[in-house]
Design a protein around this ligand. Structure first.
Ligand SMILES: Cc1cc2nc3c(=O)[nH]c(=O)nc-3n(C[C@H](O)[C@H](O)[C@H](O)COP(=O)(O)OP(=O)(O)OC[C@H]3O[C@@H](n4cnc5c(N)ncnc54)[C@H](O)[C@@H]3O)c2cc1C
Length: 376
């Protein structure tokens, strides 16, 4: 019997498991259908972009910013815990425009963002090329988002995995969960391809595959769909300093000299096939931003399935009507960014599970009782 069982070992599940371990004792198990950290989280670009695409300061922006702000501490802690540097890069992100129309759109967006309190610096063309000399001379405008950082997501996953190994978290890979076992309205375990696993509390963090999991005899009440993203990667040496965004795609410079170019957004079901069309489109996009990429070798191409809930927002919380079952999915384009705060929220929920006793035995029950019986 585990204290906590996490279904899904992507960035969300691994980050939650670590946070739960840091919060206290008890046996923890992570179950993954394949190898932990090898699905969407591995395919990601690692951008921590709360600001560049934001239109307003809403709850999502607040959560994204709060999660980004947790990264410096997370990077330090993971380094201490695992000796892996997750290469948090705080140089910032540059948004770049080509042509008059895109320049006008960028200017409108940045002035609206400034009004809402988002930190963005409009750049003159001279400043733009000083910051990024490899940009195409056709770039007409630019803006710097100093708080949009990046992290090497594959190192992050490797570090989270190593943390799990070093801290006696039980990892069961190549084990698919088909059903959560519900007993008297309470989640008590899971049925897997390798038998039953029992646990006191269960977290579902299965990304794009979440809707396949049955809750007892019922379907998952949340629909999550896959949105395929393909990326390509160029050989070094490095010519960019910042993450560069354009309306057609982005470039992400890595410390090891590689530059990632992404990403497509395709409704292709649960199909991770790589296509020539995507490769060509990404190559053209990259060459438009930086002509040097037209001469560079494309050394890799990959894809991943982003988990998309109906409204495009993350789904984080207890499943209504079933106690001791928590859902953390639907992170769509922001799962790397949102992993630290999702982990904190899940750990907080796990701490609060025992509040059921406060509900039953707390002094406020007398107030509730007199409200129910009126004044008589
Ligand atoms: C091309 C691309 C670029 C991206 N760029 C960024 C970016 O720059 N910044 C950012 O923040 N986000 C980015 N994202 C989004 C980010 O990758 C996802 O939001 C995030 O990885 C979701 O994490 P996850 O743990 O929920 O899912 P996943 O990483 O997909 O992990 C889910 C895990 O659950 C397991 N699983 C599924 N079903 C079961 C089952 N029934 N039983 C057991 N295990 C199961 C899977 O095997 C998998 O390991 C990008 C995504 C893509 C595809």
């Amino acid at each position: 019997m585990y204290e906590v069982l996490v279904i899904g070992g992507g960035v969300i599940g691994l980050a939650i498991a670590r946070e739960v371990r840091k919060a206290g004792g008890g046996a923890i198990c992570i179950v993954d259908e394949g190898e932990c950290g090898r699905e969407a989280s591995w395919a990601a670009a690692g951008m921590l972009s709360a600001d560049v695409d934001a239109h307003e300061i809403d709850a999502l922006h607040g959560m994204c910013s709060a999660s980004r702000d947790l990264y410096p501490q997370l990077a330090e802690e993971l380094y201490e815990e695992t000796a892996i540097d997750i290469q948090l890069d705080r140089t910032g992100t540059i948004a770049v425009a080509f042509g008059i129309k895109q320049a006008a759109e960028l200017s409108k967006r940045t002035s609206e963002q400034t009004k809402t309190g988002i930190e963005v610096l409009t750049l003159s063309r001279r400043e733009l090329f000083e910051l990024e000399p490899a940009l195409s001379l056709e770039a007409t405008a630019g803006a710097l988002y100093p708080n949009d950082w990046q992290v090497e997501n594959r190192k992050l996953l490797t570090a989270l995995r190593r943390y799990a190994d070093l801290n006696a978290l039980d990892i069961r890979e190549n084990t698919r969960v088909g059903r959560v076992i519900i007993n008297s309205g309470r989640a008590v375990g899971v049925e897997t391809t390798r038998g039953r696993i029992l646990a006191k509390r269960i977290v579902i963090a299965t990304g794009a595959w979440t809707s396949f999991i049955k809750l007892g005899d019922d379907e998952m009440p949340v629909v999550v769909q896959p949105v395929r993203g393909q990326m390509i990667c160029f050989d070094g040496p490095q010519v960019l300093r910042h993450v560069v965004h354009s309306p057609d795609g982005y470039l992400v410079p890595r410390f090891n000299g590689r530059t990632l170019a992404g990403a497509t957004s395709e409704r292709a079901g649960f199909d991770n096939t790589l296509t020539d069309d995507a490769r060509i489109a990404l190559l053209e996009m990259a060459t438009r931003i930086g002509p040097v990429f037209g001469e560079r070798k494309v050394i890799d191409q990959w894809s991943g399935l982003r988990p998309f809930a109906e409204d495009g927002l993350p789904v984080i919380g207890e499943i209504p009507g079933i106690s001791r079952l928590f859902l953390a999915t639907g992170h769509y384009r922001n799962g790397i960014l949102l992993a630290p705060i999702t982990a904190r929220l899940a750990a907080e929920w796990l701490r609060q599970v025992d509040r059921v006793y406060f509900t039953r035995f707390g002094p406020d029950r007398f107030a509730r009782r007199s409200a129910n019986t009126g004044n008589c």
